[in-house]
Design a protein around this ligand. Structure first.
Ligand code: GAR
Length: 223
C-alpha cells in the first residue's frame, strides 16, 4: 500500500462477529493490546443483544454493535444488513468467533479469502453442533479445534491450524470443551496474526502460509 511521506501506517482492520460469550474475541483483543497482533479491532458485532461478549468488547474500549437477526424477515435480509454494518468499518479481515449463524452465499463470497472461523472439532470431523459429546460417543481418542477460511459450506473451507486434545476414558463433554476452549484461545490469535501480517492467504481454495500450501488439515499442534 502506497503512503505519502509522513502519513502514519494504516494498520489492518479487523471486525469480529460473535453470538455469545466472546472468549475467543477477548483472546484476540488481548493479543492486539499486548502488541502480539499488529492490527486494530474496528468493531465487534453480535447478532444477539445482551450477550456477554458485547460487554467484554466494551470493557476493552472496542466499538460493540448489535445487528439483531430476529428483526429481519429472512436470512438474506439479515445478511445484507450485516454486510452494510461490517463495511462501514472497512475491514481487511472478518473473524467469526462463536458466530452461530448460517451465512448466505452472497455474504461468504463478499469476504472470501478474508474471513476466518473457529470450530470446536478436528475438521472435517464433526461439523455442526455438540462436537465434544459426539467425539466422546464415537469413542475417539482425540478431539480438538480448527481455524479455517470460510467458504460456502457450513464449518468448511481450507484449514489453517488445528490443536489436538486427548480424550480420556472418563471424559465429559464439559471437561473436554474446557480443554478445547483453552486451545482455541491459543490458536485463533496465531491465525489472526499470520493473516494481518500478510503471511496467511487463501489461493485456489487452499490455505497458504508464506506462499506455501498448508497441509489439508492445517498446521497441527499436538499436546
Ligand atoms: C467456541 O467454542 C467456538 O469454537 C464455537 O463457539 C464457541 C464460542 O465461544 N464455534 C462454533 O461452534 C462454530 N460452529 P466464545 O463466544 O466464548 O468465543
Amino acid at each position: 500500500m502506497m503512503r505519502s511521506p509522513g502519513e502514519p501506517e494504516k494498520k489492518p482492520r479487523i471486525v469480529i462477529l460473535i453470538s455469545g460469550s466472546g472468549s475467543n474475541m477477548a483472546a484476540i483483543a488481548d493479543a492486539v493490546k499486548a502488541g502480539d497482533i499488529d492490527a486494530d479491532i474496528a468493531a465487534v458485532i453480535s447478532n444477539k443483544p445482551d450477550v456477554a461478549g458485547l460487554q467484554k468488547a466494551r470493557d476493552r474500549d472496542i466499538d460493540a454493535q448489535v445487528v439483531d437477526h430476529s428483526g429481519f424477515q429472512s436470512r438474506e435480509h439479515f445478511d445484507v444488513a450485516l454486510m452494510r454494518k461490517i463495511d462501514e468499518y472497512e475491514p481487511d479481515l472478518i473473524v467469526l468467533a462463536g458466530f452461530m449463524r448460517i451465512l448466505t452465499a452472497d455474504f461468504v463470497r463478499r469476504y472470501l479469502g478474508r474471513m476466518l472461523n473457529i470450530h470446536p472439532s478436528l475438521l472435517p470431523k464433526y461439523q455442526g453442533l455438540h462436537t465434544h459429546q459426539r467425539a466422546i460417543d464415537a469413542g475417539d481418542t482425540e478431539h480438538g479445534v480448527t481455524v479455517h477460511f470460510v467458504t460456502e459450506e457450513l464449518d468448511d473451507g481450507p484449514n489453517v491450524i488445528q490443536a489436538v486434545v486427548t480424550i480420556s476414558s472418563d471424559d465429559t463433554a464439559d471437561a473436554l470443551q474446557q480443554r478445547v476452549r483453552q486451545q482455541e484461545h491459543i490458536i485463533y490469535p496465531i491465525a489472526v496474526k499470520w493473516f494481518v501480517s500478510g503471511r496467511l492467504t487463501m489461493k485456489d481454495n487452499q490455505a497458504m502460509l508464506d506462499g506455501i500450501a498448508l497441509p489439508a488439515g492445517g498446521l497441527r499442534l499436538e499436546q
